[in-house]
Design a protein around this ligand. Sequence first.
Ligand code: UD1
Ligand code: CA
Length: 470
Amino acid sequence: MSANYAVVLAAGQGTRMKSKLYKVLHPVCGKSMVEHVVGQIEKLNLQQIVTVIGYGGKQVKEVLRQRTEFAVQEEQLGTGHAVLQAEPLLGEKQGTTLIICGDTPLFTAETLTELFDYHQQQRAVATILTAIAPDPTGYGRIIRDRQGNVAKIVEQKDTTPAEAAVAEINTGVYCFDNQALFQALHQVTNDNAQHEYYLTDVIEICQKAAQKVAAFTMKDFNESMGVNDRVALSKATALMRQRINEKHMRNGVTLIDPQNTYIDSEVKIGADTVVEPGVVLKGTTIIGENCLIGAHSQLSDSLISDNVTITASVLENAQMATGSNIGPYSHLRPQAKIDERVHIGNFVEVKKAEIGADTKVGHLTYVGDATLGRQINVGCGCVFVNYDGINKHHTTVGDYSFIGSASNMVAPLRIADHAYVAAGSTITNDVAAHDMAIARGRQVNKAGYYDRYPVAKAAQQTEQAEKNSK
Ligand code: UD1
Ligand code: CA
């Protein structure tokens, strides 16, 4: 039985990126380029996937883990040499091998399936996936003979002016008869401008050995884009973003301004949710149905249920349950867990804290390392004082309690259900159920003291001036 395999080329250093980060690990919409590639070829149900790694390969392995096998290319001597490193894993096998680069993040499983089908139909030994480029600069050119058959691929640096003018380019994706591929690779030399062992030379070798070489021209050049520098990275990201945004809109999500909405590739959004301009949704964020994600909100790795309203707020690794709302200008930090129908107003920061159903934290408050029960009202300007300079401590507030404005809850602290904290208190001792705690200096009124202050004189002059002007 004939089987299918894939080799992903990911050993190149990517010098043109001018980066400490290994090229194929650069993210496009929140996911590394090589993960995009592997994610698509996984849909093809192949027998084996081998990723060729080199310098920086340890990090690539950490990202891909068990998803592929790995072959190490110690020295980056070219794409042909790279494929040869997979020989111990694949060389003996019968079947078809797909070769794809780790720096072409936009290829879809649909296009790759079309390539496999075309390769089988043509009974070819080698089939190149080609595209017509508006500007072919930098790509290998497909050189055809008078009959229109592919004769060879010429790399940019080795082109004659006539060859450079050819618009049909090598996308870097191929299907090969596996055994013919490895036989041909042993004949490739590095006699070229870059002194590299080019995979592309295999085409001419097959052709000269009277083996059938076919070419399948894909419709959309954009999908084949190779990322060699940051300019191309931004273009690939824009194309990927458009693809992601269109998918969400087709699934029933309203994006008010898709050009200015930034959604990572793994994000999920329920139908009838509206996403306003300037929103950034990152990582593993999941949003339910019928939510409103207001302009300029940023959500990372957060879990949002249905009917949630977020207004100009920042959420990181946080959760909001059904019917809750937040903002404007609030911040949920890691492990903030907001229950159903909770109201978080403006300028509130919540970190590692659970806020029970129907509780309200309306204004200018910090809740850190705390567990708040249900139906609590936290007044304006409260601080859950959690840090003694060395350790973090926890505060608990029970159901139906009331925390007056401008209070400090100094942890460790337990405030029971149905307890009342008077405004302006600094609470350092536990409060029992149905008790009221008040912890502030008593007020003293000094008769006539106003007139001793310079402000009194200024006020007098203003009052007089007002009278005179009438
Ligand atoms: C390559 C093709 C070119 C094609 C283009 C499509 C060759 C010689 N050229 O050029 O015809 O138009 O892709 O995007 O194949 N790599 C290794 N080991 C190496 C060298 C490269 O693993 O020794 C990997 C890189 O990590 C990269 C891929 O192979 O993922 C392509 O290498 P790159 O240097 O980007 O080739 P291009 O110049 O883009
Ligand atoms: Ca490339």
